[in-house]
Design a binder for this molecule. Structure first.
Ligand SMILES: C[S@@+](CC[C@H](N)C(=O)[O-])C[C@H]1O[C@@H](n2cnc3c(N)ncnc32)[C@H](O)[C@@H]1O
Length: 201
């Protein structure tokens, strides 16, 4: 099978490019099994698969999953396992080298987050990685959107205090959504790449 690049899929199937943090994380991850938590139409799943990963991809949106499944079938891709899952009512375990969730957690119920992160961590092999990007609500960039959940400053990194944090920032980013003046809405996003089992005592 010829390996596809993310650009091929983006153009051909009108997907947005894979999240830049997924691209940036890839050189760190040595394994080959990934879990995409809230995969949407699969821009990150397809990218990882094109780089040789076997990817399990979960989302609750059947339209998005159908779009991804259409690409998988059309391109006869191997090693992508999609499933409809509601993260608000899910417990799971596994043995993945990379568990990722980009721009998903702000759509979940607040009470979901602690157990979801615990399950993501438990599903990661030793020396494996978690990558999370999620919206925040801070005093300088208050979240005015109706997201059920946003991280506070330091909250996401605190969940990973026993892991080796490779990258963590709370930089300002822009949503595609616009405000009443047509300006794209700016928010802080918590971005974390952490490796399991490498914490210093
Ligand atoms: C902004 S999209 C991001 C998709 C993908 N991670 C990406 O970066 O392209 C947010 C995704 O979260 C999914 N989502 C929201 N609530 C969910 C839930 N309760 N269970 C599973 N997926 C959910 C949505 O269906 C949507 O695909």
């Amino acid at each position: 099978m010829t390996q596809q690049t993310e650009q091929d899929f983006s153009k051909q199937y009108e997907l947005t490019a894979p999240h830049s943090e997924v691209v940036a994380a890839l050189p760190f991850v040595s394994g080959r099994r990934a879990l995409d938590v809230g995969c949407g139409s699969g821009r990150n799943t397809l990218y990882l698969n094109s780089k040789g990963f076997e990817v399990t991809a979960w989302d609750k949106n059947l339209t998005s999953l159908a779009r991804l499944n259409h690409i998988i079938e059309t391109e006869q891709l191997n090693g992508i396992h999609t499933a409809e899952k509601d993260l608000n009512s899910l417990r799971f375990n596994g043995a993945y080298d990379l568990v990722l969730s980009t721009v998903v957690m702000m759509f979940l119920q607040p009470e979901t987050i602690p157990q979801l992160i615990a399950d993501m961590q438990a599903s990661t092999v030793r020396d494996g990685y978690n990558l999370i990007v999620a919206a925040m609500d801070t005093s300088d960039y208050p979240c005015t959107l109706d997201f059920p959940f946003t991280f506070k400053s330091g909250e996401l990194s605190n969940y990973y205090r026993k892991w080796h944090i490779v990258k963590y920032n709370e930089n300002v980013g822009q949503l595609h959504r616009t405000d009443e003046n047509g300006q794209r809405i700016s928010l802080r996003f918590a971005t974390l790449l952490a490796q399991k089992g490498s914490v210093k005592a």
